[in-house]
Design a protein around this ligand. Structure first.
Ligand code: CA
Ligand code: CA
Length: 298
């Protein structure tokens, strides 16, 4: 098992970032991660303004996978996510979907004890650690880690958690996977621009899938697939994720496009991941059970 320290990190996903190491398909990698504030918030006196945008959203890596070529798919099997014993949140005026009602900047630190984040002495929240930022290098662009896209990035999708398989398009040789921005707790929407942010570590088994096309990330859980898309508006993100879903089903099922569209209207729930990054991310849920007899697979 290869371990990548959190000091080996990038702030944008870019084809020019040199890989910190190269691994074989099937290998397991431990990514130690800083929190989204680069661990620069330590007390409630440290406000978001003191952190600075230049060091927001570090992602550990990138890790190259031997043999990955543009047009392949990277399969990241998330085996484990550990967050630390403390989580951090901020509320900042004019930021996020509720910035208009927030009048002063605040940092909140929450102990994480026995699987619960202690919001206050009456509210404790069961943690469900998830990955905010996970992506491959884009083909030519330099995409800040705060932005989601076809390469993954800051998707802030709370279902990207232990036990799931994330499929990402490969745009450059080696794929160049980077991971960061863990949340102990986050709700769909991520309305104040953060979840309970925490440093930690993620264990991922990487694999390469040849001969399948992918234009945007797909997540597989035990029960469902999710086609994920990000865009400037929720309307555009919804339209793209529905198109990707239709394509995903069309290439895997012997059904007409009309039947696929009907089934999408019957069983595929359209869900919001986040609305603040500043692109919006949505996902379409494809229940495996509905397609059981067809043995729907990635
Ligand atoms: Ca994030
Ligand atoms: Ca975050």
């Amino acid at each position: 098992m290869i371990r990548i320290p959190s000091s080996k990190c990038i702030y944008s996903m870019n084809p020019k970032n040199p890989p910190v190491t190269e691994v074989d398909p099937g290998e397991t990698v431990v990514f130690e991660t800083k929190d989204c504030f680069s661990n620069r918030i330590q007390t409630e006196r440290d406000l978001f303004a003191n952190v600075g945008w230049a060091t927001i959203n570090p992602a550990t890596g990138p890790v190259a996978i031997r043999g990955a070529q543009p047009g392949d798919v990277l399969a990241a099997k998330i085996l484990d996510i550990k967050v630390s014993e403390k989580g951090y949140m901020v509320a900042v005026p004019k930021m996020g979907a509720l910035g208009h009602i927030i009048t002063h900047s605040q940092t909140k630190i929450m102990p994480i004890i026995d699987g619960y984040a202690m919001f206050n002495d009456r509210i404790r929240l069961p943690i469900s650690p998830m990955i905010g930022v996970i992506g491959t290098a884009p083909k030519t662009e330099d995409i800040p880690n705060g932005t989601p896209g076809a390469h993954g990035g800051n998707m802030d999708t709370r279902l990207i958690t232990e036990g799931t398989n994330l499929y990402l398009p490969v745009f450059v040789e080696g794929a160049n996977l980077a991971v960061g921005d863990l949340h102990a707790v986050m709700a769909d929407g991520e309305v104040v621009i953060c979840g309970i942010e925490s440093p930690g570590e993620v264990i991922i088994q990487v694999n390469i899938v040849k001969g399948k096309t992918l234009t945007s990330p797909v997540l597989e859980t035990e029960d469902n697939f999710y086609c994920i898309a990000s865009a400037e508006s929720l309307d555009k993100a919804a339209a793209s994720s529905l198109d990707y879903t239709a394509e995903f089903l069309k290439t895997r099922l012997p059904l007409s496009i009309n039947e696929i569209a009907m089934l999408m209207s019957l069983v595929c729930n359209l869900q919001i991941s986040q609305i603040v990054d500043p692109l919006k991310t949505v996902r379409v849920e494809i229940p495996k059970r509905a397609f059981e007899r067809y043995q729907l697979r990635f």
